[in-house]
Design a protein around this ligand. Sequence first.
Ligand SMILES: Cc1cc2nc3c(=O)[nH]c(=O)nc-3n(C[C@H](O)[C@H](O)[C@H](O)COP(=O)(O)OP(=O)(O)OC[C@H]3O[C@@H](n4cnc5c(N)ncnc54)[C@H](O)[C@@H]3O)c2cc1C
Length: 222
Amino acid sequence: MNVFIVYWHPEPKSFNAAMFSTACKVLAETGAEVQTSDLHAMAFDPVSSRKNFQTVKDPDFLKLPLEEMHATKVHGFSRVLEDEMQKLETCDLMIWQFPLWWFGLPAVLKGWVDRVFAMGRIYGGGLIYETGVFRGKRALLSLTTGGPEDAYLKDGFNGDIHGILKPIHRGMLQFVGFDVLAPQIVYAPAHMNDEQRKQELDRFGKRLMRISEESPIAVGRY
Ligand SMILES: Cc1cc2nc3c(=O)[nH]c(=O)nc-3n(C[C@H](O)[C@H](O)[C@H](O)COP(=O)(O)OP(=O)(O)OC[C@H]3O[C@@H](n4cnc5c(N)ncnc54)[C@H](O)[C@@H]3O)c2cc1C
């Protein structure tokens, strides 16, 4: 199995960093080929612009989808984006490791999606959802929160976590064809003691050992 882990956190000693290194270690031990993008270490620039491309379709007006379709035809994506796209294209399972920020992806990871999920290459031309380019591949969100678990239940003060994650699950991952696995969520690691945090890392590691046997969660039913 080829696994691609996209990870962002600004602190290398964070709990997210520990989850990222747990995933790399455990998956490698299962014999998986693991490729990673540590977006903070890479100083990944999240801002979409002409630097996405080595080619130019229209020098007078920047319309990103048109430049993306042109770059798809003429192999004109920047080296940085080409590398990310190839990691996406060769993986069987993609994992995103991140802290929940403002009920969504932190900006650098969101910008990675903006830049890498390019029209023509990653979606479009009728290839979306069930016919998406990445059908047959699976994706897993692995995230941490500041708020406690009961705040993210249906009647909790933040509302159902599955509703909060739906724009990512449906609008990004399923949109480009991925099957989505149940998210791995560690609620409020900052409020745990070391022993509880270690248990969470063990729980994640044990799940990853058998991740190839997991079935996706149902489309549109969460
Ligand atoms: C801009 C912003 C927006 C936010 N929006 C939201 C939001 O919408 N909803 C929400 O719920 N929260 C929100 N938060 C909070 C955020 O989600 C949490 O702070 C974050 O998820 C906690 O994860 P962490 O990796 O940063 O934890 P850390 O604070 O890095 O880690 C927690 C503890 O784990 C320890 N640790 C690290 N490695 C290990 C290890 N190997 N073993 C044991 N312990 C270890 C660390 O030393 C630390 O004491 C937001 C925060 C910010 C800054």
